[in-house]
Design a protein around this ligand. Structure first.
Ligand code: ADP
Ligand code: MG
Length: 238
């Protein structure tokens, strides 16, 4: 587990500035929800932490090490996306073991990691199925399984539940929360759904147009929003 520190992060695409200087300290084991309207820069910020985009300015540290110059594969993170991005021709077991096989981990270690992850996620009975024979919730569990088996220091989630129907979303929210309570992996969870943020996060970071408007516990934001934007966003019905 690790801290994640963002220090003065800026990002421009060509002449367009999309992140205007974001600084944020995330504690070891903390579950932080990053919320804000579509286009405010949530995914871009997450992708910079993952190493999929380079910041235009600023430093990113994971576990006390500046990672700006490290490739994604050398950062101790795992990312879970909205689209599950499972390999259709592989079974659930193969989907979960693939990254570990690329890293040439010993087979017994791979089997142990996959078996542990599938127990945690209730996937034991589905290990030989291919993704097309799974429900949406089961597919998202496999996507999480692929992240868990790597035992990363940090989980990055980008709207992982937004493809699911409302009922399943409620179930999966609880599962992700339980997963965090069990593994205590530092987690940054992007969502545009304030209910998700309010019910899951230790701390919520509200973004707007490439800036942080306010960061605080769900109760702090609810009781003492610092401006109308935060009040509107936290209070707005889904
Ligand atoms: P969010 O995830 O909050 O919806 P994004 O981080 O995806 O927002 O996007 C923030 C802004 O950056 C948007 O205006 C988007 O159009 C722009 N953007 C994101 N990625 C790129 C890119 N690769 N090239 C140009 N503009 C981009
Ligand atoms: Mg996004």
């Amino acid at each position: 587990m690790a801290t994640v520190l963002l220090d003065g992060i800026k990002k421009s695409f060509g002449s367009v500035d999309v992140i205007h200087g974001v600084s944020l300290d995330i504690a070891q084991g903390e579950f932080v929800a990053l919320v804000g309207p579509s286009g405010c820069g949530k995914s871009t910020l997450l992708r910079m932490i993952a190493g999929l985009e380079d910041p235009t300015a600023g430093a990113i540290s994971i576990g006390g090490t500046v990672v700006n110059d490290l490739l994604p594969k050398d950062r101790d993170i795992a990312m879970v996306f909205q689209s599950y991005a499972l390999y259709p021709h592989m079974t659930v077991r193969e989907n979960m073991s693939f990254a570990l096989e690329l890293e040439k981990r010993p087979k017994p270690d791979i089997d142990k990691a996959v078996n542990e992850a599938s127990s945690i996620l209730g996937l034991n009975d589905f290990l030989d199925r291919r993704p097309k024979a799974l429900s949406g919730g089961q597919r998202q569990r496999v996507a999480m399984g692929r992240a868990i088996v790597r035992n990363p220091e940090v989980f990055l989630f980008d709207e992982p539940l937004s493809n699911l129907d409302a009922k399943l979303r409620t179930v999966m929210r609880k599962e992700v929360k339980r997963l965090h309570q069990r593994l205590k992996t530092t987690s940054i969870y992007v969502t545009h759904d304030q209910t998700e943020a309010m019910t899951m996060a230790d701390r919520i970071v509200v973004m707007n147009a490439g800036r942080i408007e306010q960061a605080g516990t769900p109760l702090q934001l609810y009781n003492r929003p610092e401006n109308l934007f935060v009040a509107g966003f936290i209070g707005a019905p889904q």
